[in-house]
Design a protein around this ligand. Structure first.
Ligand SMILES: *Cc1c(COP(=O)(O)O)cnc(C)c1O
Length: 493
């Protein structure tokens, strides 16, 4: 199976090539040329398999230039118990919905689900391409991708990682996780600006052909570990199949019955993976896109107009503080009937005016599959408290945004279809905000981040991940700082 660019249908490259390059040369995103089908019978069989074997079965038809053995080895190493515990993607019942917890990996956010396996896929792609260059991965992070990429690529031969994060735009735990990262091939740099500034800076570097030639002469090729890389999306498709197989196994779904999903959304990667799962034959019903106060996607799904000319808010769910959701381009590609000319024009408008509007008809079909909801910080905090008080379940602020949107959707529509809420991070990555939600601001005033985490552990009984409590004593190793214009010089001084 070959991959196309969203801005040029005539591009045909194998999956390993798409993973190696990250971004298409025309600035578009790589997408599968067709959607291989996984029959219901094969989904039912997954119920009896461990997670890594489920992932293998979903990845095999998508990454068809990898051998079965390569994928089996990569998946079993990536999702090994010493990295993810016994179950990388467990389900928890919570009132009228089911929570899919995706934060049991090494950095405690769902990004690990892809970034533990992507370095293995990339190393294999390098081998297939026979490259002797160093692959320099550039990452723009809203908090969780950075750490997950650092962990995933640590000491992977032939690769180097440089993470740019918005200086004031991540949680204290997220920041410490990155600044204390060890590993000879890794760098971390703060950017004076928000996530969109960092992401735009990285995209600009990718688009700079003269710079690419300059690097190439030094034996360096750039690639991406952001969800613009299809190698991030493919492993994410697997956990939707996994959740469905588990619900089947638990008798909460019958084979073929639809499952709705609600996804706390930023760059639109996670929810796009749910859409792709549906295209591959998983009975996905409605997809609910949940936003925080930066509710540009909510407005888009209501009106068909995507407009970034608006205020940017810092919220208690920083990994969703995004105005330019890159992966929306992939969705539009599908909903336009793969009209690469239209996509080029819409993305051109986005670049020039910061806004575009969908042609008539496209919005209608989009709304047949997608709904949207959003929650303010206050609403998310109330949800954290209510879920804990009523069910003893502790959730992080991103998941709480999703919870509000899922409940609102169920209330407004009366839709009884089983609903899976994707839980994207451990509450301990956002200890202060979670504790404030439970106990009020006064209670936490004199407490530092670690004291907040300790209090949370005492109140909830949910164990704090060891790697997060250890941050307290780890030395800061990265102190670089740049403005957006200086990012290129950080890549190659
Ligand atoms: C990255 C992230 C999101 C947003 O996911 P997208 O794939 O970018 O939409 C939501 N929650 C958390 C905790 C994240 O780290």
């Amino acid at each position: 199976m070959l991959y196309q660019s969203t801005r040029d249908r005539q591009v045909h490259i194998p999956s390993s090539g798409a993973i190696l390059r990250g971004l298409a040369p025309d600035g578009g995103l790589f997408v599968p040329g067709d959607f291989p089908q996984i029959p219901l019978k094969a989904i039912a069989e997954m119920a009896a398999l461990p997670y890594h074997r489920r992932a293998e079965r979903v990845l095999a038809p998508l990454l068809s230039d990898y051998s079965a053995e390569e994928l089996a080895t990569a998946a079993s190493a990536a999702y090994a118990p010493e990295r993810f515990g016994e179950n990388p993607a467990p389900l928890k019942a919570l009132g009228g919905l089911t929570v899919l917890e995706l934060w049991h990996g090494p950095t405690h956010a769902f990004k690990d689900m892809a970034l533990q396996i992507l370095p293995r896929l990339l190393a294999l792609a390098m081998k297939k391409a026979g490259t002797d260059k160093t692959i320099q991965i550039l990452v723009a992070t809203s908090g969780d991708t950075g750490k997950a990429a650092l962990e995933g690529f640590k000491d992977v031969e032939g690769t180097a990682v440089l993470v740019f994060f918005p200086k004031e735009g991540v949680s204290p735990a997220q920041k410490l996780q990155m600044l204390t990262q060890e590993g000879g091939n890794l760098r971390v740099c703060a950017v004076e600006g928000n996530f969109d500034d960092a992401q735009t800076g990285v995209k600009r570097i990718f688009a700079d052909e003269a710079f690419a030639r300059e690097l190439s002469a030094k034996g360096i090729e750039l690639s991406s570990a952001n969800s613009i890389n299809f190698g991030r999306l493919a492993p994410q498709i697997a956990y939707y199949f996994s959740a469905y197989a588990d619900l089947l196994g638990q008798g909460k779904l019958s084979l073929g019955q639809r499952m709705n999903v609600c996804v706390p959304t930023g760059n639109f990667g996670n929810i796009l993976a749910a859409y792709y799962a549906g295209r591959m034959g998983l009975p996905v019903g409605r997809m609910i896109c949940a936003s925080n106060r930066n509710n540009i996607l909510f407005d888009f799904i209501q009106t068909g107009r995507y407009d970034t000319n608006r205020e940017f808010y810092k919220t208690s769910s920083p990994s969703m503080d995004i105005l330019v959701s890159s992966n929306l381009e992939r969705l539009l590609y599908e909903f336009s009937g793969r009209d690469d000319v239209l996509i080029r024009s819409l993305m051109g408008e986005l670049g020039q005016k910061g806004a575009y509007a969908l042609p008539d008809g496209m919005l209608k079909s989009l709304r047949e599959s997608f709904s949207a909801g959003w929650a303010s910080d206050e609403m998310a905090a109330e949800a954290i408290k209510a879920c804990f008080d009523e069910h003893g379940y502790l959730m992080d602020p991103h998941t709480a945004v999703g919870f509000v949107a899922a409940r609102e959707y169920q209330r407004a529509t009366g839709d009884q279809t089983p609903m899976v809420l994707v839980s994207t991070a451990s509450p301990y990555k956002f200890s202060r905000d979670v504790l404030v939600a439970l106990k009020g601001a006064e209670f936490t005033r004199a407490l530092d981040e670690f004291a907040c985490a300790d209090a949370l552990e005492e109140i909830s009984g949910l164990q704090m991940p060891k790697s997060l409590s250890e941050l307290k004593t780890k030395p800061i190793l990265h102190t670089a700082l740049t403005n957006p214009a200086g990012m290129k010089a950080v890549v190659a001084p």
